[in-house]
Design a protein around this ligand. Structure first.
Ligand code: NAD
Ligand code: TDX
Length: 332
């Protein structure tokens, strides 16, 4: 039995990871989460009390981080400010949590010689042209576009420096866009699903030609566990499941699966600096560590996600009106 400290474990991907770990291993999980607007304790409901300890706190709190890291065999670091649109509105919390928070955790991992896995994003590589057959690899140069992605890039570089300079036993993964249960309604797929459930027309930024490379959150979790078990210290692994789709196709599929007319959506003001296309080449993870994704059928995964939001309105409803008011004020 390993003792894992999971930061951001009450967020979307972190909570999916905690569910996955408890189902598939004997590990004990301690979650450290500030419960910002994006965190929800209810996302961990139903998990066995003897396998999970929940601590509400901030990753920039060095004393708290030190105490929790001292008791952990490994830290899996998900906590972040994660939404591009928020980072365009108010970047400061992104610097505090994504940069200073990661620094604080690294210093603690250094002090206690604790294994560290850093969760990051493909957005650190910037974007690709729509007609470019290239995909991101571990060798792609960093070129982030937004305040969010630049702070994630900064945090990745801190991890690399702490490995090289101080011998911290860390790995990094950069994953593509996740979908699945427990995702905040500010994000694209849950926003459109819950719009349809509320009788609001889905909102597509610009022409909707932008491409994202979708992976189910549970496949992200299995990849992270694989890296934790078998990854080589100091290495970066890209995580993706060959799920490229343009946004227009995704909105039309949500409408179709919800039994609505597929043209029943609005084009709204585009995002400033909107990245065109992300695409992941995950050959290294698959070949070196033997990982493969389970959710190969996007339409089936999306249908199950729509069912989850339909069945769990009490989980998302409290956030919905505030999110829509935030977007409406920006013409989105
Ligand atoms: P999220 O916004 O749903 O969850 C973030 C969690 O971190 C929340 O529970 C929040 O309360 C917590 N948190 C924020 N600031 C904190 C702080 N200072 N101290 C402690 N806890 C804090 O985010 P997500 O979509 O689940 O993303 C999780 C991680 O995965 C992030 O590091 C993100 O960059 C990365 N990532 C996300 C995606 C995606 O598609 N969503 C893709 C690749 C990588
Ligand atoms: O209402 C919308 N309409 C729309 O067209 C919203 C909210 C988004 N979009 C577009 C913008 C993007 O092209 O949909 C796409 C996906 O948007 P988001 O869900 O905001 O995700 P993205 O900006 O691609 O970033 C996500 O993936 C990488 C996560 O939020 C990041 O945390 C992760 O690093």
């Amino acid at each position: 039995m390993r003792r894992l400290l999971v930061t951001g474990g009450a967020g979307f991907i972190g909570s999916n990871f905690v569910h996955h770990v408890i189902q598939h291993t004997d590990d004990h999980v301690t979650v450290l989460d500030k419960l910002t607007y994006a965190g929800n304790r209810a996302s961990l409901d139903g998990l066995p009390a003897d396998r999970l300890t929940f601590v509400q706190g901030d990753i920039i709190d060095a004393k708290l981080v030190d105490r929790l890291t001292a008791d952990a065999d490994a830290v899996v670091h998900y906590a972040a400010e994660s939404h591009n649109d928020n980072s365009l509105h108010d970047p400061r919390p992104f610097l505090d949590t994504n940069i200073i928070g990661t620094f604080t955790l690294l210093e603690s991992a250094r002090k206690h010689s604790t294994r560290f896995h850093h969760i990051s994003t493909d957005e650190v590589y910037g974007d690709l042209e729509l007609d470019d057959p290239a995909r991101f690899t571990e060798q792609t140069p960093y070129n982030p576009s937004s305040p969010y992605s630049s702070t994630k890039a900064g945090s990745d570089l801190l991890v690399r420096a702490w490995v090289r300079s101080f011998g911290v036993r860390a790995t990094i993964s950069n994953c593509s866009n996740n979908y699945g249960p427990y995702q905040h309604v500010e994000k694209f797929i849950p926003r459109q699903i819950t719009n349809v459930l509320r009788g609001i027309r889905p909102k597509l930024y610009g022409k909707g030609e932008n491409v994202r490379d979708w992976i189910h959150a549970d496949d992200h979790s299995s990849a992270v566990l694989t890296i934790l078990d078998k990854g080589e210290i100091g290495e970066t692994y890209l995580i993706g499941a060959d799920g490229e789709k343009d946004n227009k196709t995704v909105v039309e599929l949500i409408l179709h699966l919800s039994g609505q007319r597929v043209d029943g959506y609005d084009h709204v003001t585009d995002r400033a600096g909107h990245d065109l296309r992300y695409a992941i080449d995950s050959t290294k993870l698959r070949t070196d560590l033997g990982w493969t994704p389970t959710y190969q059928d996007f339409e089936a995964g999306l249908a199950a996600t729509i069912d989850w939001y339909r069945a769990n309105e009490a989980w998302w409803a409290p956030a919905k009106d505030g999110v829509e008011a935030f977007y409406a004020a920006k013409g989105q």
